[in-house]
Ligand binder design. Structure first.
Ligand code: IPE
Ligand code: IPE
Ligand code: MG
Length: 240
């Protein structure tokens, strides 16, 4: 049955195409990331207004360290800028921010900003905005397997390992408030792959691929995708 007002509880976005957006304009890649940050702000606001419970964005992958030092440095500087400019508004909009990934490895100044963001929004009860940062799904699954192994050997939990147990040890698990699996994953810029994003969590996720480069993505396109999501027939392996 199609519910015309249904809003997915968890939307995840692979924000791709910042570099190409900049190259098209003969600008440095950092300018593309800056424009991408503006698009992200707009979508956070839209998700919050529409009543999405969880918005997860892929901001930096475990593989993105392969990029030039200049580009990586620019991305983390932008994170500091983001916190400075958005902290107040995120709190006004009751948005709680969480990080998925090993952010201990990011530059010190960016880490401090991020910790301020997490601490200052932790009691908010509206949209949960999950930033996947130094995130890789395979690393996440291996980390969970090691944590379970340790908990079993210390007698904290008992085997056998179950799906629910493994889920609870992922970044999307208990440590970040048990985030439900995404109902919808959007990837911009025309690429049709997951690039190591939420591999476990997207077993039954609906995928939307758009050619729009991330800095050009806006609220209207977001709403059109949500509308089209409502027309998807999700069967979860069952029969109609
Ligand atoms: C996505 O845009 C942002 C990050 C990966 C940090 P890209 O920088 O990958 O943009 P393209 O794919 O090169 O256009
Ligand atoms: C995925 O985009 C990671 C983020 C959006 C942060 P990439 O641009 O890094 O992915 P590939 O290299 O095209 O697969
Ligand atoms: Mg890319």
């Amino acid at each position: 049955m199609i519910n015309s007002n249904y809003v997915p509880s968890h939307v995840a976005i692979i924000m791709d195409g910042n570099g190409r957006w900049a190259e098209k304009r003969f600008l440095p890649r950092a300018a593309g990331h800056n424009a991408g940050m503006k698009a992200m702000k707009e979508i956070v606001k839209a998700a919050s207004t529409l009543g999405v419970k969880h918005l997860t964005v892929y901001a930096f992958s475990t593989e993105n360290w392969k990029r030039s030092q200049e580009e990586v440095g620019a991305i983390f500087k932008l994170l500091i800028k983001y916190v400075k400019s958005e902290l107040m508004e995120l709190n006004q909009n009751n948005v709680k921010v969480k990080v998925l990934g090993d952010y201990s490895a990011i530059p010190e100044a960016a880490k401090e900003s991020l910790e301020q963001l997490l601490e200052s929004t932790k009691n908010n009860t509206g949209l949960q905005f999950n930033i996947a940062l130094n995130y890789g799904s395979r690393m996440e699954i291996v980390r969970a397997a090691n944590a379970i192994n340790e908990a079993i050997s210390k007698g904290i939990i008992c085997g056998p390992i179950t799906e629910d147990m493994l889920s609870s040890y992922l970044y999307t698990g208990v440590e970040n408030g048990s985030i439900p699996d995404p109902e919808l994953i959007i990837r911009t810029s025309g690429e049709q792959r997951l690039s190591n994003f939420l591999l476990w969590q997207c077993a039954y996720t609906e995928f939307f691929f758009t050619d729009t480069l991330w800095p050009d993505f806006d609220k209207d396109e977001f709403e059109r995708i949500l509308e089209s999501f409502r027309n998807r027939d999700r069967r979860f392996g069952g029969r109609k």
